[in-house]
Write a protein that binds this ligand. Structure first.
Ligand SMILES: [Zn+2]
Length: 196
């Protein structure tokens, strides 16, 4: 029971302290904004750059390895990621604007995925193990590169967000509904905590 606790206490009880100190609040499933296809960025302005920086900060703070703009309620095709996980390794933040997968391997990989918009829920998802991606950086320079391993999975997960697709959409209906019901309950608890 979380009655009588504030949002911070609820989040702390749930081991999710990032919820109350997010630079940009992250939307939680179910939310209609997480189901929408996002628009291309037409002009890489200071606003876009500021947004991307905030997204990186929000992602590192969570901590997470990827974040897509719709997760903070901005329906534009921007993702940030950093899949460097080794202790002591230099961070490798990437900002991808209008990312597109231009090629993918027939070979697949299975990773246990999670999502900052669906905290505490994880499931195995099968995806192509290698992808080639075309994107623009925050300065408008075009890049094309191949990714494998966790990077490939994370990029596909984030690009899915731009198309209104979540990792739970790869699961069977029963499992997806179970997670959605638990998330509805979780959101009620957070909302109740904030109201107090
Ligand atoms: Zn996600």
């Amino acid at each position: 029971m979380h009655c009588g606790l504030g949002a911070r206490a609820v989040a702390t009880t749930l081991g999710l302290s990032y919820i109350t100190r997010m630079i940009r609040p992250i939307l939680f499933h179910p939310d209609p904004r997480l189901k929408k296809a996002c628009s291309d960025v037409v002009d890489i302005t200071d606003t876009v750059r500021g947004l991307a920086e905030d997204m990186l900060e929000t992602m590192y703070d969570a901590p997470g390895i990827g974040l897509a703009a719709p997760q903070i309620g901005v329906l534009e095709r921007i993702v940030v990621l950093d899949c460097v996980k080794e202790d002591g390794a230099a961070p490798d933040p990437k900002i991808m604007i209008n990312p597109q997968i231009t090629a993918q391997s027939d070979e697949t990989n299975i990773y246990e995925e999670g999502c900052l918009s669906i905290p505490e829920h994880f499931a195995e998802v099968t995806r192509p193990s290698e992808v080639e991606v075309l994107w623009f950086d925050q300065n408008g320079a075009e890049h094309k590169a191949g990714f494998d391993g966790l990077w490939a999975t994370c990029i596909q997960h984030e690009i899915d967000h731009l198309n209104g697709k979540l990792f739970i959409d790869y699961l069977g209906a029963i499992k997806r509904q179970m997670i959605t019901r638990k998330m509805q309950k979780f959101k009620r608890e957070i909302a109740r905590g904030k109201a107090e």
